[in-house]
Every structure is written in C-alpha cells, then in structure tokens.
Design a protein around this ligand. Structure first.
Ligand SMILES: Nc1nc2c(ncn2[C@@H]2O[C@H](COP(=O)(O)OP(=O)(O)OP(=O)(O)O)[C@@H](O)[C@H]2O)c(=O)[nH]1
Ligand SMILES: [Mg+2]
Length: 195
C-alpha cells in the first residue's frame, strides 16, 4: 500500500466532533501502551503523526487520521491502565459505546495485543465486544522484535486460544520497530476497505 498522504483530522472527545465524511473507517483498540499509535505510524510511514509515549494512557481522545483522502484510521484510548479512577473508566466506556455502537462508517477493527503476553480479560472482552457488533477484526500481535523466533509460534497459539479467535479473523505478527508484518496487515485491512 502506497501512502501518499496522512493527516490528523480531529482529536474528538464527543461524537458531535466526529468527521461526517462518508468514507470507510478502521478503528484500533488495545491495552494502554501496547503499541496502537506506533502501529498506525509504521503503517503510514510517519514517525510521530499518532503520538506515542513510554507513559501509558497517553491517548485519551478518539483520534481520526485521514489516509490517502480515502479512509480513516481511528485511534481510540487504551484500556487496562491501573491508575484510572472509576469515574474515568465509566467515561471510557461511554466513549467506546458512542463510537462502536453507532458509527456507520466503521468497517473493521484492529485489536492490538502484545506478542509477549497472554491476552488479559479486558483483551478478551474487547474482542467479544467487536464480535457482538459483527465487526471483522484483524488481530495484531505486536512487539514481535522482543520475542525470539523460536518462541513466536507458541505465543501466537496462546493468543489465538485465549481470545478464541474466529476462523475468519487473521492474527498477524507485527513489529513497529522492524516493520515486519506490515504487508500482511495492509492486505487484511485493504480487504475490509475494498481497496
Ligand atoms: N520494541 C518495540 N517497541 C514498541 C513497538 N510498538 C510500540 N513500542 C513501544 O511501546 C510504547 C508504547 O507505544 P504506543 O504506540 O504509544 O502505545 P499506545 O497503545 O498507543 O498507548 P496509549 O496511547 O497510551 O494507549 C512506546 O515506547 C513504543 O516505542 C514494537 O513493535 N516494538
Ligand atoms: Mg496511543
């Protein structure tokens, strides 16, 4: 996929701010600090368009990026960050429902997990939530550069089993450091974007 243009459209805090263009959208979800923003940056070959950080909980808004004037990547706030109050958690839930429950342009989701770790209960809930909305999901097991080659198949199997990944949903090993998995990821996303 040749990306010739990529820009932030808006960091939205409420649905009134969502872009109204009738173009397809792919949303990224995953644990806080797992590498969602890094995934976007690597896919579109921009160093820091989607802001990344060592500190978890950086992305607190729903960020819409327009790619090639053709589709949106939507970076949603991560979950599972321990230092979050009940009130903030409730706010997060409301934001998710407003977006995933009602967004007509949404064609597919990307669930980003860490290849090094067993998926958490929240990862499983997120996957089930997408399936409840009948969304095709591409699972990205990122940070593969941190897992030795010989250990990757077992980790991949573990993730598949714990999430109970459905047959039609691909699980792709990925690294934002090396770019491995990028072509495969684009192939999956393009099939949903019908591009
Ligand atoms: N080694 C390695 N580090 C990565 C990879 N992807 C992300 N990271 C690092 O992980 C940290 C978090 O990455 P982000 O992309 O900001 O994570 P995020 O999921 O967007 O985090 P929030 O916005 O806080 O939810 C950063 O220090 C990244 O450099 C990867 O594939 N390999
Ligand atoms: Mg982020």
């Amino acid at each position: 996929m040749r990306v010739h243009s990529a820009d932030i459209v808006i960091s939205a805090v409420s649905k009134k701010q969502y872009p109204t263009d009738p173009i397809p959208e792919i949303a990224l979800a995953g644990r806080s600090n797992v590498g969602k923003s890094s995934f976007i940056n690597n896919m579109i070959q921009r160093k820091n368009l989607a802001r990344t950080s060592q500190k978890p909980g950086k992305t607190q808004t729903i960020n819409f990026y327009i790619i090639n004037d053709a589709f949106h990547f939507v970076d949603v706030p991560g979950y599972g960050y321990a230092k979050v109050s009940k009130k903030e958690r409730a706010k997060w839930g409301k934001m998710m429902d407003e977006y995933f429950g009602e967004r007509e342009q949404l064609v597919s989701a990307v669930l980003v997990v860490d290849l090094r770790h067993e998926p958490t209960d929240e990862d499983c809930m997120m996957y089930d939530y997408f399936k409840y909305y009948d969304l095709p999901v591409t699972i990205i097991a990122t940070k593969m550069d941190k897992v030795k080659k010989g250990k990757r198949p077992a980790q991949e199997k573990l993730i598949r089993e714990v999430l109970e990944v459905e047959e039609e949903d691909p699980l792709i090993l990925f690294s934002a450091e090396t770019g491995e998995g990028k072509d495969e990821a684009w192939k999956s996303l393009r099939s949903h974007l019908k591009m």
